[in-house]
Every structure is written in structure tokens, then in C-alpha cells.
Design a binder for this molecule. Structure first.
Ligand SMILES: [Ca+2]
Length: 503
């Protein structure tokens, strides 16, 4: 098989594209923290352009030399990375080690080594958005990549992949949803977790906590926010009758817990190494209220969903994810502000936006809807093509509010009341953004997707492990929305067999 690892045997051709270059080489020493020994593979890189457009896109496909499982996996990106970058090689290396042929695209952005929240590629010059780059990033590169990868695989092994899967979270989740909406034949199965659909609102929402601090005219220390988060968890944990440090009854909690009740409460704060006692300020309570309420106009109209009470918004709270992003950290102060294409001006200072200007910017993000919105609830073509789609979204997601995904799924159901036949959505209590939190995450979903695609076995529930505050691990289940998990008569919340999904 390794004899096939030469550029001459590959000839991907497809409508509207022209291949510029093909490289192929054997890689036998790739290392990944997730795989003890990454199997030897043929690394095929295909550069192509859309003639007349002036772009230059690269797709990389890894072909295991031995033990190919006859399946292709498209690997999604994250943040503003389309996928082809060192960070997203790891999930591909993991897939490769179980026999998949994984592939990635750079969407023509050539942002290989870049911080994936930086988007200098989005502007041609100050004031001028690069619409071709945004179209490739948002839509076109995804369909192209599936065609190229399948062609490369067929040339190498002498047969097309039996099954094709997409695996992505966050931006990778949005890519998966875009594929289901716009390229319904590209994949048999799509796992699109925590999808950054409604990307304009979602990326704006990541900046909203900072704007809320600007609006309040104060940047309170993180300990004040963490104290409010802890109090919300204490107040709302038992609304689901299970004391496990996890809030599942978000709507009830929003009604029940008022962050202003925390104003004046003394909290211990580690400031510059010293232990200092502070009181929770009115501003901190207002900021948390705003963060939970979501982007809101000055008149109080909600523009997008907020984060549920109990979500760790500082990266240091009670359910902290190591090295995670905390939107309430003053990240703009550190030079990390997202979404400069919304402003169309790299010189603009997001640190000084007024409330009105911020909401206006969010509104004008509609100019890029066609590339980024990814919120078309008409999945009838994907259904017709026989595709299966799974989405999980952490309730404790501190970057993308899960209620946006819930709304999308409700829109899908409103259009097709039997959408459960091909698309299931699992809300995941205690799970942060794609990783982290007391819930270890919906790790069985990909194999459940394969079983659904290949054997017709639909996932009626999905197992998860939850670490409760005393360190014990509980076995639970996730249920396909709008179902919910309920304890059975055996009554032991630590055993998954004692849980069932009810309507
Ligand atoms: Ca609970």
C-alpha cells in the first residue's frame, strides 16, 4: 500500500475547482498526546483553487497504510480555525489509530499556526471584508473537502470509503451543521457538538461579558463572580432533586436565584498572592445578571441567549476547566478580542465600545449571514440522503449558550415533527465547552452515530460519567431532547441503569 503514496496516483477533480498541486509522503513518526503510537500513514496534501476567484485552499488527508477500516472522517476545527492546524491533528490521530482516514481543510486561510481566535484574514484592508475568504471558511471549503478526501481515498485503496463521517465541536460543530444544511450527500453521519450556529450572535456573545463590564463601568475581581456562581449552584442544585453540584433546571434557576442577593457578602479573594476579604459589589451582581440574560439592548430586549446560572464564567470558578477560556476574564486587556470583521477595522478599540455601539455591531453582523448563520432548519435533503446527525451541547458551556442549539432543534422539530428519525440532540448537564466540567462528556456519541448509520440502531440515550463534589463518579444517561432523564424505582442516582428517558 505504501507504494501508492506518490502524487501521481491522485487526481481529484470536481466542478468549479482546479487542482494546483498534490504532495504525498509516508509519515511514520507522528506523535500525539492522545495516542501511544500513531500508525504509519500516507499524508496527502491537495492544493486547489476556484478558477477566477484567486483563492488557494489546502486539504490534507491521512491514509493509514495498514488496517484501514474503510471509513473516512472529516475533522472539524474550532474558534476561527477551519481545522488544518496542529491542534486539530490530535482528534485525527486518534481516529487514524482506530483505522479511519481523516482529513482537514485550511479553507484557504493559511492560518496553520495562528491563534485560532485571531482573524486577520477576514479583512482585505481596513473597512473591507474578504468575502471570498469568509465564504470559503463558512461554506464552500466543506463540500470541497469531502469530494477531495473521498477521491484521494479511492485512488489510494482502490475503493471508495464505505462510510463517511464528520466529527466536530464548536466551530467544527457549525461546520457539521453547514454540511447537513448545504451538502447533504457529503457525509453519512455527522457529529456536530456545541455547534457555533448563528455564529454572528455566538461570537458576539463571547464578547458580551466584557461588554457587560464596560457597561457597568467596573471590572470586579473574579472572586466576586465566582462567589455568585457558587451561590447559584447551591441555590439551584436540588431543583432536580439530585444533590450533585450540577444545575439541570436552568429556567427554574433563572427565576429562583437573584444575584443581587449576594451584594455585600464577604468573599475571600487571592489578590497578588495576598488573601483579601472583599464584599460582592452591586456591579458584579449586575454583570452576572447581564451575562446570564444574554446580549440585551439598552431597552432590555434580548438579542441572544445568555449563559445559565452556575456556568463558570471566569475559568477559575467552582467547576473550572484547566486552562479554559473565561469570558469574564479581562481578555481584551490582554489583546485577545474576537470578531474584528464585525467592526471591519483592525484599529477599532473593542475596549471602549458603548452598549449601543456593541448591539449595533451585533445587528450588522447580518451582512455575513449567508456564510456564518448556519441556522437553516430545513434538513429535509439530509434526511432524504439517508444521513444521521447527532448534536450534544453542554448546559455549562461558557462560550456558546446551549439554549441557541435548543432553539434550533425546536425549529427543526417544528418543520419536521419526526426529525428524531435522523437527528437527535442531547443536552449535557455539567459539561462545559466541548470538554471539561463535572460531566466527562458525551464520549459514546460517535460510536452511537456509527451504529445508527451502519446498523440502524438509533441512540435512545447516551451514557456519561459525572464527578460529584466529593470526588465520587456517578454513571448517568443523557436523553434525546425534549426527553429528560428521570430516576427509576431503584432510585440510585449513581448507576445509569436506574435512570430512564421520559417525555
Ligand atoms: Ca443537581
Amino acid at each position: 500500500m505504501s507504494d501508492n503514496c506518490v502524487p501521481e496516483i491522485f487526481s481529484p477533480t470536481f466542478f468549479g475547482a482546479e487542482v494546483l498541486n498534490i504532495r504525498a509522503s509516508i509519515v511514520s513518526n507522528f506523535s500525539s498526546p492522545y495516542v501511544e503510537q500513531v500508525p504509519t500513514f500516507c499524508n496527502v496534501s491537495v492544493g486547489y483553487t476556484h478558477p477566477g476567484v484567486g483563492d488557494n485552499i489546502n486539504v490534507e488527508v491521512w491514509l493509514p497504510i495498514e488496517n484501514w477500516n474503510q471509513r473516512y472522517m472529516g475533522v472539524g476545527g474550532g474558534g476561527f480555525s477551519p481545522g488544518l492546524s496542529p491542534l486539530f491533528y490530535d482528534p485525527g490521530a486518534l481516529a487514524l489509530s482506530s483505522g479511519f482516514a481523516p482529513a482537514w481543510t485550511d479553507a484557504g486561510l493559511h492560518a496553520y499556526d495562528r491563534n485560532f481566535f485571531e482573524v486577520p484574514w477576514a479583512l482585505k484592508s481596513s473597512g473591507n471584508v474578504d468575502l471570498i475568504a469568509m465564504q470559503n471558511f463558512g461554506v464552500t471549503s466543506l463540500g470541497d473537502m469531502a469530494l477531495i478526501a473521498k477521491s484521494v481515498i479511492e485512488s489510494f485503496y482502490g475503493q471508495a470509503p464505505e462510510y463517511s463521517y464528520w466529527n466536530g465541536c464548536s466551530h467544527g460543530g457549525r461546520q457539521g451543521m453547514q454540511l447537513a444544511q448545504s451538502y447533504p450527500d457529503a457525509y453519512d453521519g455527522i457529529l456536530a457538538n456545541a455547534p457555533a450556529m448563528s455564529a454572528n450572535q455566538v461570537f458576539s456573545t463571547m464578547h458580551w461579558p466584557y461588554q457587560a463590564m464596560l457597561n457597568a463601568g467596573k471590572f470586579p475581581p473574579e472572586c466576586e463572580f465566582d462567589a455568585i456562581t457558587e451561590a447559584a449552584i447551591s441555590a439551584c442544585d436540588d431543583l432536580d432533586a439530585i444533590t450533585d453540584g450540577i444545575i439541570t433546571e436552568v429556567k427554574q434557576c433563572r427565576d429562583l436565584f437573584d444575584p443581587f442577593t449576594m451584594v455585600g457578602t464577604a468573599v475571600q479573594c487571592a489578590t497578588s498572592g495576598a488573601n483579601e476579604t472583599l464584599e460582592v459589589s452591586t456591579e458584579a451582581a449586575q454583570i452576572m445578571k447581564d451575562v446570564w440574560g444574554g446580549i440585551t439592548t439598552k431597552d432590555g430586549a434580548q438579542v441572544w441567549f445568555g449563559f445559565p446560572p452556575g456556568t463558570d464564567m471566569t475559568g477559575n470558578g467552582p467547576t473550572a476547566v484547566p486552562n479554559s477560556l473565561g469570558p469574564l476574564e479581562t481578555r481584551c486587556e490582554q489583546g485577545v478580542c474576537e470578531g474584528n470583521f464585525l467592526v471591519r477595522d483592525l484599529e477599532v478599540d473593542l475596549k471602549t465600545l458603548s452598549h449601543e455601539d456593541f448591539v449595533d455591531l451585533v445587528h450588522y453582523g447580518r451582512r455575513y449571514r449567508s456564510f456564518f448563520a448556519t441556522d437553516d432548519s430545513d434538513l429535509s435533503r439530509f434526511r432524504k440522503a439517508g444521513g444521521k446527525l447527532l448534536t450534544a451541547h453542554g448546559i455549562d458551556d461558557m462560550l456558546i449558550p446551549y439554549e441557541g442549539t435548543q432553539k434550533y432543534y425546536e425549529d427543526v422539530l417544528a418543520r419536521d415533527s419526526n426529525a428524531q428519525d435522523f437527528y437527535r440532540y442531547f443536552e449535557t448537564p455539567g459539561w462545559a465547552h466541548c470538554e471539561g466540567g463535572p460531566n466527562a462528556g458525551p464520549n459514546a456519541l460517535f460510536s452511537q452515530l456509527m451504529a445508527w448509520v451502519e446498523n440502524g440502531t438509533a441512540p435512545d440515550s447516551s451514557p456519561v460519567q459525572i464527578t460529584v463534589p466529593n470526588g465520587d463518579i456517578h454513571e448517568r444517561i443523557l436523553c434525546p431532547f425534549p426527553q429528560r432523564a428521570q430516576l427509576k424505582d431503584c432510585g440510585d442516582p449513581t448507576r445509569s441503569e436506574c435512570w430512564k428517558c421520559i417525555d
